[in-house]
Design a protein around this ligand. Structure first.
Ligand SMILES: [Zn+2]
Length: 333
């Protein structure tokens, strides 16, 4: 496996995608395949973004094949193609990847039940549907029709042929030139996708024309405070506030937000921990409320809050793991 394209990355300086400011504070670096990727935190709105970052042309030229090589080099993605079939998600003997997909369905299903009208006869569009396993899992749960958008040809084929996903478009950007006539979806899902998209605003805005009257965007992404997911394919790391501001800027109203309380919120008696602990999910649609762009955030305080919340998250995971091991030991006695 080679990652040749990482030897010749063209980087460029960028301004904040969300608020347009250049005022930012360094927020960490990550090394991948011998290249260094730096992140900053916007001092105006609090968006964490890669800067400098590879040019759009570099991403366009190398994204498809290298993204999947990159993903497959990760431990949980290493199993055979069989893992992508939805029926495998319900087997007891699950690969790491299946467990990951089942977990994501387990997070999304109750949230969609609570906040959307998804059900029999309704339509779900899964943007970045990959091999279609999550879409097919949600079809099992809700009896809805599932459509997908997926740039990778192999993934698209499996989604269509093995998981029965109807393909609407190949690239998320294709939505911009799509004729919305006769195409209305009750839920447009973007699960672990938005953080990969360089220019998300026009795509989110174009989704408005594809939503039914009581339709809903459901955007699910790593939460800045709990999952600082720095890697070459994540130009942005969102929080509940920056994600809400982005959806609002794209013309959607905010209906509901689901994320775990940060360390300070928890200390001051905040809401109970969510199941979606490392992720933030925002529901947005025509019936929601506008969300004001965060202004003049304290970057140092945000970084501090992030460090505390990450540590708290780690402690909770350890406790949960010890709890499970203790339970197994008790059962085996
Ligand atoms: Zn900003």
């Amino acid at each position: 496996m080679t990652f040749g394209s990482f030897d010749e990355i063209a980087f460029e300086q960028v301004t904040c995608m969300l608020c347009g400011s250049r005022d930012c504070a360094p927020a960490g670096t990550v090394e991948s395949h011998g290249a260094k990727f730096s992140y900053v935190l916007c001092r105006q709105c609090g968006l964490k973004y890669m800067n400098p970052r590879p040019t759009a042309a570099w991403y366009a030229a190398h994204y498809g094949e290298h993204f999947w090589e990159y993903k497959q080099a990760n431990r949980s993605w290493r199993d055979s193609d069989r893992q992508w079939r939805v029926q495998d998600l319900f087997k007891r003997d699950k690969s790491g990847r299946q467990r990951h997909q089942s977990k994501r369905i387990a997070i999304l299903e109750p949230l969609l039940r609570r906040h959307s009208k998804l059900g029999r006869g309704r339509k779900l569009l899964d943007i970045g549907c990959a091999y279609g396993a999550i879409g097919a899992g949600l079809r099992e749960a809700f009896g809805c029709e599932v459509w997908g958008v997926e740039p990778n040809a192999t993934a698209r084929q499996v989604a269509q042929e093995e998981n029965g996903i109807q393909i609407l478009a190949n690239e998320a950007e294709d939505i911009l030139s799509l004729d919305p006539a006769g195409k209305r979806f009750d839920v447009i899902l973007m699960s672990n996708v938005l953080e990969n998209i360089l220019d998300p605003l026009p795509i989110l805005a174009a989704c408005r024309a594809l939503l039914s009257d009581d339709g809903m965007m459901c955007v699910h992404t790593p939460d800045f405070f709990f999952y600082d997911a720095m890697n070459p394919y994540h130009p942005y790391i969102y929080s509940a506030d920056t994600l809400s501001a982005l959806l609002s800027k794209a013309g959607h109203g905010i209906v509901a937000r689901d994320c775990a309380p940060t360390a300070s919120e928890r200390n001051s008696g905040g809401p109970p921990p969510s199941r979606a602990d490392r992720f933030v999910t925002v529901f947005a649609g025509p019936k929601g409320d506008p969300f004001d762009m965060p202004n003049n955030v304290d970057a140092a305080k945000m970084a501090q809050e992030q460090a505390k919340s990450l540590a708290l998250q780690e402690a909770l995971v350890q406790m949960r793991n010890r709890g499970v091991r203790g339970m197994v030991r008790r059962l085996l006695k």
